[in-house]
Ligand binder design. Structure first.
Ligand code: ADP
Ligand code: MG
Length: 457
């Protein structure tokens, strides 16, 4: 019960539905009761009228009464019958077991309507003195009258009984429809990824929630601005670090070229490696900041094979050192509409990973194909692959799987993710060898907007 109270307090929709339903229930109940009571009264009045009319008719027609032997009339409801008889002395009738004989009404009855109990049965009775001076009784069993009145009363309150569930359904549906924009809105916001800070479209929203959404939009704008500032700070910091690191690296190179004792040379080696790693980290940080910034970039029709070739030219020495067989598998080239630098950086980071994490003598295949409107780039290696549990985490900045001796910044896949999000590409990880669950297969799907018209191929 407490749970329900809390639910009621927390949900405007539930509160509105409940209040409206209760109001409808009360109104329908009151209207139903009113209809019921007035229908009963009306029925009784009509029945009294019938008694009066029968009495008047009897009087006018100057009828005389005989009491024939009781006979069953087919379909005649004996109880609801109107009885007409002379007002005779009750004692005459008592003990008579012939049911057709007059009922023993007390002769002292005054003219007019009344309810009488005769022989254990209640009767509505009208006594009238005819123009011939006889007193007649027109009577009807009250049970039968009540039964008829009740039936007619039920019939008149029936519409309200039907109206109640219909109105409930209408109200429930209406309330649900009224709150649908909120559900749609939250679904829309839920679907966004964390970089999508563009304002929520508030035009089609009800005026009651619009101020709230406008405030949220202002907050989103502030968050976007502060994120942009943070990105710029990182980019600036990386940029500032670049020159001193380059100088350091140059100095280390010069130092290596000079004469020096063997122990000094041995210490120089890790120093140079450290400097190289730091330079690489700075380079990747700058690349990530650039990938995440929302500046407009020139989009052109780019040949995927040309991009593959450029990446291979850059990374071939690395692959050859490890005796890795690397090459483009697909025969037909595909053109996509994208910023060339974006695609280059994206592919380069993936191929760089493939070379780094594939053991000596491994194999890497690059391919591209167009399936209807979608262009799919695939990079498959024969390395260990990435376990499914880590498929989302490897895209986080600085996340590196344990158990690898490769040096790296942990930023490569974050850069890939940032570019993919900005260009609307979808990146999926899988195994190049499903059966053995080994080898990483990265698929990048570029949708219709990125597909160049085949006529220009
Ligand atoms: N081709 C691959 N095969 C196996 N593991 C990979 C591959 N590519 C990426 N990974 C894993 O994902 C992690 C994150 O990759 P990345 O963001 O490029 O950072 P980095 O390469 O600098 O470590 C890597 O540390 C590695 O564990
Ligand atoms: Mg990497």
């Amino acid at each position: 019960m407490d749970g329900f109270k809390k639910l009621l307090r927390d949900s405007v929709q539930l509160r509105l539905s409940m209040t409206l339903s209760l109001a409808i229930l009360i109104v329908a109940l009151m209207a139903g009761i009113f209809a019921f009571v007035s229908a009963i009264n009306e029925a009784h009045e009509m029945q009294d009228d019938t008694l009066r009319q029968v009495a008047v008719l009897f009087d006018r027609q100057q009828m005389t009464l005989h009491y024939p032997a009781a006979q069953e009339v087919e379909g005649d409801n004996e109880e609801s019958r109107v009885i007409v008889q002379y007002l005779i002395d009750g004692s005459q009738a008592i003990g008579h077991d012939d049911s057709s004989m007059p009922l023993p009404f007390p002769t002292t009855l005054a003219n007019g309507l009344s309810t009488q109990n005769v022989a254990g049965e209640d009767f509505r009775v009208l006594v009238r003195t005819t123009s011939r001076g006889e007193r007649i009784v027109v009577a009807q069993e009250t049970d039968a009258r009540n039964k008829e009145a009740r039936e007619s009363a039920w019939r008149s309150s029936l519409p309200f009984l039907i109206l109640f569930p219909v109105l409930l359904l209408v109200v429930g549906d209406l309330v649900r429809k009224l709150f649908r924009p909120i559900a749609t809105l939250s679904a829309e916001i839920d679907q966004r990824d964390d970089q999508a800070l563009y304002p929520v479209d508030e035009r089609h929203l009800p005026t009651e929630i619009r101020p709230f959404v406008v405030a949220i939009n202002r907050l989103l704008a502030r968050v976007a601005l502060s994120m942009e500032n943070q990105r710029r700070f990182i980019a600036d910091a990386a940029h500032e670090l670049r020159s001193p690191m380059a100088a350091l690296s140059l100095q280390a190179e010069r130092l290596a070229a000079t004469q020096m004792p063997e122990p000094a040379r041995q210490r120089l080696l890790p120093l140079s490696r450290g400097i190289e790693r730091s330079r690489n980290l700075i380079h990747q940080l700058l690349a990530l900041a650039a990938a995440q910034s929302n500046t407009d970039r020139l989009q052109t029709a780019v040949s995927v094979h040309a991009v593959y070739r450029r990446v291979l030219e850059d990374l071939l020495p690395l692959a050859e050192r490890k005796h890795i067989d690397i090459g483009v598998e697909s025969i037909e080239d595909v053109q996509v509409i994208i910023n060339e630098m974006d695609l280059l950086i994206l592919v380069k980071n993936l191929v760089d990973n493939a070379i780094r994490y594939t053991p000596q003598g491994g194999r890497i295949d690059l391919s591209v194909e167009r399936i209807q409107e979608t262009t799919i780039l695939r990079i498959k290696d024969s390395g260990p692959g990435i376990v499914v549990d880590e498929h989302t985490r490897v895209f986080d900045p600085f996340y590196r799987s344990l158990g690898t001796d490769e040096t790296g910044s942990g930023l490569g896949l974050s850069i890939v993710k940032a570019i993919a999000e900005r260009t609307g590409a979808r990146v999926q990880l899988g195994f190049s060898n499903e059966a053995q669950q080994s080898g990483l297969r990265v698929s990048i799907s570029l949708q219709k907007a990125n597909a160049a018209d085949p006529a220009h191929d």
